[in-house]
Design a protein around this ligand. Structure first.
Ligand code: LLP
Length: 425
């Protein structure tokens, strides 16, 4: 986090709270979230995109406090299940500022969205259009966007590239299914088509693919106007903005992004003689990712012929990203000073798989030993939201830090929590 400060005693503080003290007080592993940084990141988006709707992608990490912060900072919310929706609405989030996504929304998802008054539902298949129309009460109208595949390859990993034709999300321009879906929605009196949506991928570090996506989307909007005589008032270009996980990695500059997108949108619309649509962005990772840090305790150090393995008390159950995407992190020693020469080590988790590896060939002080604390930066997004109950170790707590104070947002999962759903013999 931006507020991380190295202390003279080898410790690091975040939001004015010592990570070693947090580890002692709340146990390890613990996820520390810098509230001010989350808020600051929300504000940075609003400053860079004053003319747009910025909606936070809840899948990155959701808790009641985060819902509240995002609401106070004036953002909307992107949800993709009745579960995320319900958490948000029962925390007091205004439903009209919520966008609902999903390539396979269940009947429960659609009914909850309509019943709770979600602002916009993004339809992702033609069959969904009929199901949604049937769920809308007679005499009312649901605002809808169509998710379009603009045909652009971008994104940090094959598993998070969603802008090209051969993947499960959205409706293709190339084969005409996007145009077909638009006509279908326009033909349903209970649905009001307010715009188009695309999300080309995640962990994208440059503005270029977004500019290309805007160009394609404006092209489609122009075609829709020619064909149907409607100028759609909104364009949602999704999220996907990259953050740095390790020193030297690039993050996406949102000021540059804003300038490039605005220019493309204005030029494109002027050329096509279209009114400029209102823009929506859906950042998730870039809002919470850099604001989080995971703190683990070292349980074992093992030297084999080739490697030094440093094993910590968490792993792929609280952070599945290395196992899923092959990505690596940059842990560092906190809580004590060390002047030992650095040694390249492999930091591994506690789970029963050889692939439970957090970091490979990272330098840690040569005297790293059991009992030490390791802090992992950029842990705020897609760690706990994708956490599992593997090996029944229990999900770690989330602690918010702000102005030198720490408070638990989500408590540690207990053995009781984990066994509650097991009905017994
Ligand atoms: N909008 C839509 C429709 C999305 O599907 C996503 C992410 C976002 C917005 C937010 O993207 P972001 O700004 O957070 O990149 N688990 C993967 C990332 C999966 C992203 C899924 N969709 C990871 O850990 O890298």
């Amino acid at each position: 986090p931006a507020s991380a400060r190295p202390e003279a005693d080898g410790d690091v503080s975040v939001g004015g709270v010592s990570l070693a003290e947090a580890a002692d007080r709340f146990g390890t592993p613990v996820y520390v979230l810098d509230e001010e940084e989350v808020r600051e990141r929300c504000r940075a988006y609003r400053t860079a995109f004053p003319e747009a709707d910025v909606v936070y992608a809840a899948k990155a990490f959701l808790s009641r406090a985060v819902v509240h912060w995002v609401m106070e900072e004036g953002l909307g919310l992107d949800v993709c299940s009745a579960g995320e929706l319900s958490l948000a609405v029962t925390t007091g989030f205004p439903p009209e500022k919520i966008v609902m996504h999903g390539n396979a929304k269940s009947p429960e998802d659609l009914h909850a969205a309509v019943r709770l008054g979600v602002g916009r539902i993004v339809v992702d298949s033609t069959s969904e259009i009929a199901r949604l129309a049937a769920a809308v009460p007679a005499g009312t109208r649901q605002q809808v966007m169509v998710r379009v595949v603009p045909g652009i390859a971008a994104g940090g990993h094959a598993k998070v590239r969603t802008g090209t034709d051969d993947q499960k999300f959205g409706l293709s321009i190339t084969d005409g299914s996007a145009q077909h879906a638009v006509a279908r929605v326009l033909g349903r009196p209970g649905l009001e088509l307010v715009g188009l949506h695309c999300h080309i991928g995640s962990q994208i570090a440059t503005a270029k693919p977004y500019v290309a996506a805007v160009r394609r989307m404006v092209g489609l909007m122009a075609r829709i106007r020619r064909q149907h005589g409607v100028a759609l008032p909104q364009l949602d270009i999704g999220g996907g903005h990259a953050i740095a996980y390790r020193p030297g990695e690039e993050s996406l500059n949102i000021g540059v992004l804003a300038g490039r997108i605005r220019a493309e949108l204005e030029d494109g619309c002027a050329r096509a003689d279209l009114p400029v649509p209102r823009l929506t962005l859906e950042p998730g990772r870039a809002i919470v990712g850099p604001a989080g840090v995971a703190v683990y305790r070292v349980l074992a150090v093992k030297r084999t012929g080739e490697h030094t393995f440093v094993a910590v008390d968490g792993g792929m159950s609280d952070n599945p990203r290395p196992a899923l995407y092959g990505v690596r992190y940059a842990p560092r020693l906190v809580g004590r000073p060390s002047s030992a020469a650095p040694r390249l080590v492999t930091v591994v988790g506690r789970h029963c798989e050889a692939g439970d590896v957090l970091a490979d060939g990272v330098p840690l002080p040569g005297d790293v030993r059991p009992g030490d604390l390791l802090a992992v930066p950029a842990a705020g997004a897609y760690h706990l939201s994708m956490a599992s109950g593997y090996n029944l170790v229990g999900r770690p707590p989330v602690v918010a830090v702000s102005d030198g104070r720490a408070r638990v947002l989500v408590r540690r999962e207990s053995l009781d929590d984990m066994s509650r759903r097991d009905i017994g013999l």
